[in-house]
Design a protein around this ligand. Structure first.
Ligand code: URA
Length: 249
């Protein structure tokens, strides 16, 4: 028997998040083989036990999908839309994916690069949780040229309106006549974090591209295209989000 916790079976069927599934159980809205179950942590076999929520059978769990998209700039990281302002969304770039996948975090409208999308809600939550410190690497074109002291400030932490940033890695890549490129790796994911960090050291961002997310690299994936992750990539991603404990597959 493939024993799985009841709340996970409900969450995997796409009815509710795990926490919401626990509430449904407590509220007596879940039956297993015709009997109301209010016990948390009961294990069932999704293949043979009949689980119902509010009297309705669960649909079989959607197969998990893990996708990497090279988001172009000028595209919104949302699945709705195009919105009232007619701006293109990543949804329009995901044609051909049968499952409904969700972005893991977001890239700004004018940021390009690596965006992971999945219907594995548990993995997505963990990848975004500050506790796991998943590294994200950006190529950043900034106004002017940073000096060594500014690079060190980025690495040690700069004060933003929502507090000091954590450690980071920063490296100068090249300079043009007036501007320059750096590579910045951060281990947090605050809103507009890279732009705000560079603004704080006096070098506003002109272009921003994410090239790494945890163990994944963007590689040569053309702008606007997606590909499914390979099995080894999925394993490495799960390891990055496991923090020592393994995720149930
Ligand atoms: N930091 C930003 O400022 N913008 C992004 O899109 C991602 C990271």
């Amino acid at each position: 028997m493939n024993a799985v916790r009841l709340q996970k079976v409900i969450a995997d069927a796409g009815v509710a998040s795990r926490r919401k599934a626990e509430e449904l159980i407590c509220q007596g809205r879940v039956t297993v083989n015709g009997k109301v179950v209010m016990e948390m942590g009961l294990k069932v076999d999704p293949a043979s036990d009949h689980v119902k929520v509010d009297g309705r059978h669960l649909k079989p769990a959607a197969p998990k999908a893990y996708v990497m998209l090279n988001k172009p700039k000028g595209v919104l990281t949302t699945l709705e839309g195009p919105g009232a302002d007619d701006r293109q969304t990543v949804q329009s770039l995901l044609k051909g994916i049968k499952q409904r996948v969700f972005p893991v975090g977001r890239l700004d409208y004018d940021t390009e690069g690596l965006l992971v999308l999945t219907n594995d809600g548990e993995l997505a939550q963990r990848l975004l949780h500050p506790r796991y410190h998943v590294p994200k690497t950006y190529l950043v074109k900034v106004k002017g040229v940073l000096d060594e002291a500014q690079i060190r400030r980025l690495e040690k932490g700069v004060r933003l309106s929502d507090g000091m940033t954590g450690r980071a890695h920063a490296k100068k890549i090249r300079k043009t006549d007036e501007n320059s490129w750096i590579e910045l790796t951060i281990f947090e994911g605050r809103t507009h974090q890279v732009k705000r960090m560079l603004e704080a050291v006096g070098h506003p961002v002109l272009k921003l591209k994410r090239v790494r997310f945890g163990p994944l690299t963007l590689g040569a994936l053309p702008s606007g295209e997606y590909r499914f992750l390979t099995d080894p990539e999925i394993h490495r991603l799960k390891d990055a989000a496991a923090g020592g404990e393994k995720l149930a597959s």
